[in-house]
Write a protein that binds this ligand. Structure first.
Ligand SMILES: *[C@@H]1O[C@H](CO)[C@@H](O)[C@H](O)[C@H]1NC(C)=O
Ligand SMILES: *[C@@H]1O[C@H](CO)[C@@H](O)[C@H](O)[C@H]1NC(C)=O
Ligand SMILES: *[C@@H]1O[C@H](CO)[C@@H](O)[C@H](O)[C@H]1NC(C)=O
Ligand SMILES: *[C@@H]1O[C@H](CO)[C@@H](O)[C@H](O)[C@H]1NC(C)=O
Ligand SMILES: *[C@@H]1O[C@H](CO)[C@@H](O)[C@H](O)[C@H]1NC(C)=O
Ligand SMILES: *[C@@H]1O[C@H](CO)[C@@H](O)[C@H](O)[C@H]1NC(C)=O
Length: 853
């Protein structure tokens, strides 16, 4: 689509130039493509390229979703799909580089299939191999087994680390070569990354860190992949490796050599979530501002991390405490639906930037200071082409500026893009895209007919080992499971109990991440750390009985540490257990003999596999609030093809499977109301992850995405393991549906100017383009009702628009006539669409909310 958009701009250029440019973009994908770079950009077959890239991590969705996600990224104006490579998904146990069978590339981990889909879409690909990736992914992507190879220290000059890192990198590179996926072989891959955000950590490792960074770069270069390598946040990257920026803003970034182009590998359009925390959002106006500033200041490749975040299926989420949802408030939501207006606003931004591509990349910039916080960069070239970016970095005040004898009002914290240095083609603060109301709609099907299996609290089968005192949880499970039982017993005589109705007090300390404490098979208390501090301490009253008391702690991890210096040495599990309030005072159990069992019996027996009947019993009375219980039901898929999520609000904490495939950890843990959520979110001013939180006092994650492709037509097996107790009758499916669309356009905010410029061939008649409002239903749906329409001075936001003092009575009928029963429609605000001017002097706007079905 970029080609078509570029043509109008070239109307002033020579016909030969147009012809050559046109040709460049239609090379068949299978031809060899030469990728180099200079100080300005990547150079693909001799042409400088301005590239918009979209992160979509292949294992965070399912193969059936990949073509749709890639297509939505392309439609959103992306040229490139970026993904990390997920080492611990591919090399679950130590491999041998020569024997590919040691590695896993099935299903969600089918990297080659994913790359082919990108290629078939006619897009490029950036392969961020790492293979340490952080990525809020379990253990930062590194296989847990590597930590237990003696002498290994991750990410420094450590021989076993380097050996395994090189070996895995080589496996991936060789696979890509064999499949001809690098650009010089006719494939989509134009860039590859080694290591990840190491610059911020390097100093911690001293000289070894420096040696390692240089070794990693040299090892990468020696792979001879034929396309450039990048290292992100690597301030000392050697020549021939491009160092890139990761941040909310990268306009001020410069690479470490004048010969390297300015690339932005991670622009965060939202943020990840941790269980028990609020929901972060980043306003589309601020993302667009950051992107426009980057290209204004000489950037030439920008990647959204994430463009589609997806789902941390199974136990792949890192953290600790990162949610199963990795939605990221990204332009495409977790379920694969475009998020509006974010996706649409960025699409419009990309069109405006692409109109300027040639003059940005081949012209020369002139910097103009237009005020204390206002500045323009004007790009001109030998053909007389011109493009200007005017920014107003004032976080509060809109400002008038003069450029080339014309006056422009630039809203606070925004950039105006002038593709021909005359008319404003786009302003980052003026959102022309419609807004969608997307909701989880409950299905009426009740899930019933549950079978159950209840785990014993403590050692099942044979104990694994016993030890004086505590072992580290992660060192013991080696991440084969979340769960580790710590058990002991305490004999007390009746005489030691105060016995007059008083309680004893159990005092427990843990490095994390959570624990359920059982006394004589009864759950006493559950406690957890959180995303800010995984350690915790609990004090809870208990009743010991005379004689022997069984004490059992189910300790658990909730995703392993995924980043930070020496992150692999972070421990978990109990550190202290005491009982207060006995006649003797306090009994410290910490150094007693503890008996251990790794994992649960149900996990060990894989009772979540559909064909496995181990232990299951059917029950007419379904136990509620019962800890350590496995539930199984046979279900039919929800009707239709909408994406689906399981509503787990009625449950405690545990894991979920459909047809043996692990959906992930569920935990409707609530954030604190007192954490504070702003009623509105001001896009103006620097963004930070806590700026625009929502969901105070609500579960951080209530719904759990179940990919449609995991369902069979009937007879599906749903399994939940509940740790602490819940009400399984409350589990139900919801469909994710766009229930309404809205748009709000002011007549003085002609936000769709790009379209009208194209219609007039970009000649620029000097007049302001007309404002118009557009609506479009997703997929095959049509506009079925107009819920609100007001031309005049309406206010409010989508879902709660309000009439203003000026309201044209015919608003509804005009909009109905233009839109009803259509998939999309457009209404011009001026030219008497609504009849004679009824409110002279007022700046009018049109607000519409419509239903799609
Ligand atoms: C690739 O392009 C660069 C300059 O852009 C050029 O120097 C080099 O010779 C080209 N390589 C091939 C194989 O065509
Ligand atoms: C701006 O106006 C001045 C004075 O009228 C004129 O000399 C100059 O050429 C104009 N500049 C542009 C870029 O049009
Ligand atoms: C229970 O007995 C202890 C020790 O004799 C005494 O200190 C305490 O006050 C008693 N508590 C109650 C509730 O009677
Ligand atoms: C983390 O929590 C533990 C237990 O509540 C506490 O002792 C420790 O000081 C906390 N650490 C930080 C860094 O807040
Ligand atoms: C895990 O075990 C290793 C030795 O195998 C030890 O060096 C390390 O300190 C242990 N980690 C924790 C958190 O206890
Ligand atoms: C309490 O003290 C008595 C006498 O010293 C001792 O025999 C008993 O084992 C102690 N009980 C516990 C639970 O430590």
């Amino acid at each position: 689509m970029a080609e078509r958009r570029i043509l109008p701009v070239l109307s002033s250029a020579s016909a030969v130039g147009v012809f050559l440019l046109y040709l460049c973009c239609f090379f068949p994908a299978a031809l060899s493509v030469n990728v180099t770079y200079d100080r300005r950009s990547l150079i693909i077959d001799g042409q400088r390229k301005l590239l918009i890239s979209a992160s979509i991590h292949y294992p965070r969705s399912v193969p059936a979703m990949w073509p749709g996600l890639v297509a939505a990224a392309k439609e959103g104006g992306a040229d490139v799909i970026e993904s990390y490579v997920f080492w611990n998904g591919h090399e679950p146990s130590p491999g041998k580089a020569s024997i590919i069978l040691f590695y896993y590339f099935g299903e969600r981990f089918n990297l080659v299939k994913f790359a082919r889909i990108v290629q078939e879409a006619g897009m490029y690909m950036i392969l961020r191999i790492g293979p340490f990736v952080a990525a809020e992914w379990n253990f930062g992507g590194v296989p847990a087994w590597l930590h237990y190879i003696p002498g290994t220290i991750f990410r420094t000059d450590s021989e076993p680390w380097k050996t395994h890192m090189k070996s895995f990198t080589t496996v991936i590179v060789n696979m890509m070569k064999k499949e001809k996926l690098f650009a010089p072989q006719g494939g989509p891959i134009i860039l590859a990354q080694i290591e990840n955000e190491y610059g911020d950590t390097e100093a911690v490792y001293g000289d070894g860190g420096k040696r390692y960074a240089m070794w990693a770069a040299a090892m990468a270069l020696s792979q001879n992949i034929g396309v450039p390598w990048i290292m992100c946040q690597q301030y000392d990257a050697p020549d021939n490796v491009i160092n890139t920026c990761n941040s909310f803003y990268c306009d001020q970034f410069s690479p470490n050599s004048v010969n390297k182009p300015k690339f932005w590998t991670e622009n965060w359009p939202g943020w990840f979530k941790t269980f028990g925390a609020r929901n972060p959002h980043r306003p589309p106006e601020d993302i667009a501002f950051s992107v426009a500033r980057f290209f204004q200041k000489g950037g030439s490749l920008q990647n959204y991390y994430m463009y589609h975040g997806g789902t941390n299926f199974d136990r792949t989420s890192g953290g600790p405490f990162i949610t199963t949802s990795y939605d990221y408030d990204a332009p495409i939501d977790e379920y694969g639906l475009v998020r509006l207006p974010k996706w649409g606003h960025l699409r419009d931004l990309h069109k405006a930037i692409k109109l300027c591509e040639q003059v940005l990349l081949y012209g020369e910039p002139t910097f103009l200071s237009l005020g204390p916080l206002q500045e323009a960069d004007v790009f001109t070239d030998l053909y007389g082409r011109c493009a200007a970016f005017i920014s107003n970095m004032d976080a509060e005040n809109d400002k008038y500026v003069i450029l080339r004898n014309r006056s422009y009002l630039i809203p606070a914290w925004s950039v105006s893009i002038l593709p021909e240095c005359k008319n404003v083609g786009f302003n980052t603060a003026k959102v022309g895209s419609q807004t969608a109301i997307t909701e989880m709609i409950p299905e009426n099907i009740k899930i019933s007919g549950w079978d159950i299996f209840v785990e014993k609290a403590g050692i099942w089968g044979k104990a694994d080992f016993s030890n004086q005192g505590f072992v580290d949880h992660i060192n013991t499970t080696r991440d084969s499971t979340d769960y580790l039982w710590y058990t002991t017993s305490l004999h007390v005589d009746e005489s030691e109990l105060l016995g007059n109705g008083t309680y004893e007090v159990l005092v427990v300390e843990s490095k994390g991440h959570g624990v359920h404490a059982f006394l004589n098979q009864q759950l006493q208390v559950s406690a957890f750390g959180n995303g800010g501090n995984s350690s915790f301490k609990i004090e809870t009253p208990i009743h010991l009985k005379p004689g022997n008391n069984e004490i059992a702690f189910l300790s658990m991890t909730v995703g392993l540490q995924n980043a930070g210096p020496l992150f692999e040495w972070t421990g978990a599990g109990l550190t202290s257990v005491k009982i207060n309030g006995l006649r003797n005072g306090t009994v410290d159990l910490s150094s007693k003999s503890w008996v251990y069992k790794i994992g649960l019996q149900g996990e060990n027996q894989q009772i979540y596999s559909p064909m496995n009947n181990f232990g299951w019993t059917s029950t007419s009375v379904l136990p509620k609030n019962q800890p350590l219980t496995w539930y199984k039901a046979t279900i039919n898929p929800p009707d239709g093809s909408d994406p689906v999520g399981l509503d787990m609000a009625s449950m405690g904490k545990g894991r979920l499977w459909l047809n043996g495939k692990a959906i992930g950890r569920y935990w409707p843990r609530k954030s604190l109301s007192s954490d504070g959520c702003p009623g509105t979110c001001d896009y103006r001013g620097k963004f930070y992850p806590d700026k625009c939180n929502t969901g105070c006092g609500e579960p951080t994650q209530r719904w759990y995405h179940v990919p449609r492709s995991w369902f069979q037509p009937s007879g599906n097996t749903l399994v939940a393991f509940e740790e602490e107790g819940g009400d399984p009758t409350g589990i139900s499916f919801s469909r994710r549906v766009v229930t309404g669309i809205c748009n709000f356009v002011r007549e003085d905010h002609p936000v769709m100017a790009l379209e009208s410029q194209q219609k007039t061939g970009g000649a620029g008649d000097g007049g302001d383009p007309e404002a118009s409002l557009r609506l479009a239903c997703p997929g095959k749906a049509a506009i079925s009702a107009i819920r609100f329409a007001s031309f005049g001075t309406p206010s409010g936001v989508c879902g709660s628009f309000l009439y203003g003092s000026c309201h044209y009575a015919n608003s509804i009928s005009v909009v109905q006539k233009a839109c009803l029963s259509k998939r999309e429609c457009s209404i011009t605000l001026s030219r008497g669409s609504f009849g004679e001017d009824q409110c002279p002097g007022a700046v009018k706007a049109l607000a519409v909310e419509a239903a799609c079905s």
